[in-house]
Design a protein around this ligand. Structure first.
Ligand code: MLC
Ligand code: AMP
Length: 507
């Protein structure tokens, strides 16, 4: 049997082609229309020279055509490589040079800048805009019949998602068809997704959460979705009476709580609110229950593994905890040698299961260093398990900031700052922020004689040029020296303490 993820998602869509499944700006798109577009795009990608196993890099705005591109790429046997729409050309240069895609799909506005990068990589460049128009769509319109679904095994790679690293160099996590399908099935079972569900989809579709968790689960079950270009609290509240489930990052929930329209009545038709990608504060969880009578279901995952742990659909959804291992997923807490620790003790969170990725693209040594000999993947997150089996994330061994659900590795930002004349050294930290959970802050030690105002301008110019907006420091603080431990390492925890009220409301 063909293990291509598309072959597994297709049956529920093909069962009733006339069924409206995706609401985009007030119009419903049918299952048959989505499959038709995916097939045409698959045919066009083949015309462009794309062969099974080739990478296709995609940096386009969210649209139904972008979804069809994802499905069409799978159908054609390509390895789908989605890229955050906020990435700058210098970030794209690295991803494209590393992944060597056969085809790149970009917004027409990015084409002039990307053309030399594509040429260097030997890739074909084509376009798709936010309205779903461009050379890719034209090519699909003119394409011949859809190709057969490309044959794949569970172990073949379906997608590569880049995830930043503590060294500042991003790594491409290779996810197989089997990884993605096993995780979709585990979530369908745990959250009891059915064709009766209607999902509010307000997440971007270039990350695991909005792409795999939300779309694979929806398509596999024949559920429907309200597909929004981005999160908008007014729009989400307007759609709640005709929806059953929402998946979001904690910022969605804090923004909803700040909206007077969030009431028991407004949410009464919803059966499930899911949160993940960043820690949900227990106080947000409780405030949401007080306002709506509904307990948010928090779950825990990551790019390399998909979803691992989830609070139960039936049973206690514990504020501050991420719940119990998903079906088929093994979770353990270990010491630094990988020895399991008893309940109540804090250690490394390690994962094993059919959801765990195949390794980092062209980085065998890095891959090997993140697995234990018995196959457990070391997540870099720290946690604890209670006597009754609930897991809680208590911190991160990796130096990582999560801002509004996006990951920022300080090293990448520090490298940009340290290269500026006048900066003696820098330390980038995450500081509590009511909207984004954590916000990026740069602490800088100036070289003697350097002017702080000039450096602020230089930082804004340099980060604006080379880093996506969510990675840029929201505030810069200057200090004479950093606190250091006896090994000379900057004590970021102490810096964070000093800066903890930077974003607090003075009132
Ligand atoms: C936008 N900005 C951010 C930001 N998002 N800054 C920091 N962190 C973020 N997350 C910038 C904008 O560029 C803008 O900058 C300014 O902040 C204000 O933007 P905004 O209009 O308030 O932001 P908005 O467009 O509403 O976006 C906020 C958001 C969005 C939270 C809705 O970031 C979002 O959809 N996040 C979801 C991320 C996600 O899907 N994560 C899943 C990863 S998968 P300027 O300079 O223009 O003013 C994963 C695995 C798992 O983690 O377990 O799921
Ligand atoms: P990413 O690499 O973008 O997939 O981000 C994955 C990281 O997000 C994990 O390693 C965790 O640090 C974090 N994360 C995801 N879900 C949660 C959660 N529910 N609570 C705390 N952290 C989370």
């Amino acid at each position: 049997m063909n293990a291509n993820l598309f072959a597994r998602l297709r049956p529920a869509l093909a069962a009733d082609p006339a069924r409206p499944v995706m609401n985009w700006r007030g119009s419903w798109i049918t299952a048959g229309e989505i499959l038709d577009r995916a097939g045409r795009i698959a045919a066009h990608l083949r015309d462009l020279g794309l062969e099974p196993g080739d990478r296709i890099a995609v940096q386009v705005e969210k649209s139904p055509e972008n979804v069809a591109l994802y499905l069409g790429a799978l159908q054609a046997g390509a390895i789908y490589l989605p890229l955050n729409t906020g990435y700058t050309l210098s970030e794209l240069d690295y991803f494209i040079g590393d992944a060597e895609p056969r085809v790149i799909v970009c917004d027409p506005a990015k084409e002039p800048g990307l053309a030399p990068i594509a040429e260097k990589a030997g890739a074909r460049l084509t376009t798709l805009d936010a309205e779903g128009r461009g050379r890719l769509a034209d090519g699909a319109d003119a394409a011949g019949p859809a190709p057969e679904i490309s044959a794949a095994t569970d172990d073949d790679i379906a997608a590569i998602l880049y995830t930043s690293g503590t060294t500042g160099r991003s790594k491409g996590a290779m996810l197989s068809h089997g990884n993605l399908w096993s995780n979709a099935r585990a979530l369908i079972e745990a959250w009891e997704f059915t064709a009766d569900d209607v999902l509010i989809h307000a997440l971007p579709i270039f990350h695991t959460h909005g792409l795999f968790v939300a779309l694979n689960v929806t398509f596999a079950t024949g559920a429907r979705l309200h597909f929004l270009p981005k999160f908008d609290a007014d729009e989400v509240l307007r759609l709640m009476p005709e929806s059953t489930v929402m998946m979001g990052v904690p910022t969605f929930y804090s923004r909803l709580l700040a909206h007077p329209g969030l009431t028991r009545e407004a949410t009464s038709r919803m059966r499930l609110f899911i949160s993940g990608s960043a820690p949900l504060l227990a106080e947000t969880h409780r405030a949401f229950t007080d306002r709506t009578g509904q307990a948010i279901l928090e779950r825990y995952g990551m790019t390399e593994t998909g979803m691992n742990i989830s609070n139960p659909l039936h049973g206690e959804r514990r504020p501050g905890a991420v719940g119990l291992p998903l079906p088929g997923v093994e979770v353990r807490i270990t010491d630094d040698e990988g020895r399991p620790l008893p309940p109540g003790e804090t250690g490394n969170i390690e994962i094993r299961g059919p959801n765990v990725f195949k390794g980092y693209w062209r980085m065998p040594e890095k891959t090997a260093s993140e697995f234990r000999p018995d196959g457990f993947f070391i997540t870099g997150d720290l946690g604890t398990m209670s006597e009754d089996g609930y897991f809680t994330i208590v911190g991160r061994a990796k130096d990582l900031i999560i801002s509004g659900g996006y990951n920022v590795y300080p090293k990448e930002v520090e490298d940009v700052l340290n290269a500026l004349p006048g900066v003696a050294e820098s330390a980038v930290i995450g500081v509590p922020h009511a909207d984004f959970g954590e916000a990026v802050v740069a602490a800088i030690v100036l070289e003697p004689g350097a002017d702080a105002t000039e450096i602020e301008d230089a930082v804004r110019a340099a980060t604006g040029e080379s880093l996506a907006a969510y990675k840029r420091p929201k505030k810069i603080v200057f200090t004479d020296a950093f606190p250091r431990n006896t090994m000379g390492k900057v004590q970021k925890n102490l810096l964070r303490e000093t800066c903890r009220d930077l974003f607090s409301d003075p009132t």
